[in-house]
Ligand binder design. Structure first.
Ligand SMILES: Nc1ncnc2c1ncn2[C@@H]1O[C@H](COP(=O)(O)OP(=O)(O)OP(=O)(O)O)[C@@H](O)[C@H]1O
Ligand SMILES: [Mg+2]
Length: 236
């Protein structure tokens, strides 16, 4: 998974560097299975494609099997799964969902394949939001407390609305900053809401198990932040 392109793409200023291109599209971010590029018709939106097998990163046998099934039966592919997950949540919650989940507009068919069409996650000033991973490993712009509080708010939101978003990792969450410097974590990847990893998804069926799992995932994220950044008042 690369972090550098996320947020750099489309920054056509005086210091603009050569954009990272994929099949002629400007890359916003890429991960093990998919790539997110700027919508050529609207820089406020993006298109997310599944990478062809030879361009995908290494992963577990389970994910490899899932990718293969997705290629044969697109319904089970990551792109359709994410769109299904989005539609279900959007129907249930309305626009409040977009506080912590990128808005999606549909599936689009392009010469490069089917893509999920979404709003690009940006800061309030319009600059591209970066992955949490970037702020833990490349630049240290935010204090640990600031990011930990953002995790608290995300966790409270998921619990309040019973959203089984368990993929709370530093690559899927982007840090959005408002005009007052307050930050909010926004998920760029909700496919896991539709594609659970378990044969028997008990934590989706039983609210109490869902809550426990969300607590565990949020706690893991807090530990990750704590390991990367020294909290205020702590020693190096
Ligand atoms: N709406 C968006 N706005 C801005 N960046 C985005 C958006 N959607 C995706 N990205 C970028 O693209 C990257 C890859 O997206 P995503 O995590 O959905 O891919 P993936 O391959 O399914 O992930 P995984 O490796 O977790 O399976 C994200 O980490 C993020 O940097
Ligand atoms: Mg992801």
């Amino acid at each position: 998974m690369t972090d550098a392109p996320a947020g750099d793409a489309g920054g056509a200023g005086p210091r603009a560097v050569e954009p990272d291109l994929w099949r002629g599209h400007v890359v916003i971010g890429r991960s093990a299975s998919r790539i997110c590029v700027l919508d050529p018709g609207d820089p406020g939106r993006c298109l997310k494609f599944e990478l062809p097998p030879e361009e995908q990163g290494r992963t577990t046998w389970r994910n490899r099997l899932r990718r293969r099934i997705g290629r044969t039966l697109p319904y089970f592919g990551y792109t359709s799964a994410e769109w299904r997950a989005y539609c279900r949540l959007r129907r249930r919650l309305g626009p409040v969902l977009h506080r912590h989940v990128a808005e999606c507009f549909g599936l689009v068919w392009t010469p490069q394949g089917v893509a999920l069409w979404s709003k690009r996650i940006v800061n309030e000033d319009g600059t591209p939001a970066r992955r949490l991973h970037h702020w833990l490993t490349v630049e240290r712009r935010y204090r640990a407390d600031t990011l930990l509080e953002a995790v608290d708010r995300l966790e409270a939101f998921l619990l309040e609305h019973s959203i089984p978003l368990f993929d709370l990792n530093t690559y899927n969450l982007l840090v959005c900053e408002d005009a007052h410097g307050r930050v909010r974590l926004v998920s760029a990847d909700i496919k896991s809401v539709a594609l659970g990893k378990k044969l028997l998804p008990l934590s989706r069926w039983f609210p109490v198990l869902m809550r426990h799992k969300l607590h565990r995932r949020a706690a893991r994220l807090r530990r990750r932040i704590g390991q990367a950044l020294v909290p205020a008042g702590g020693c190096a």
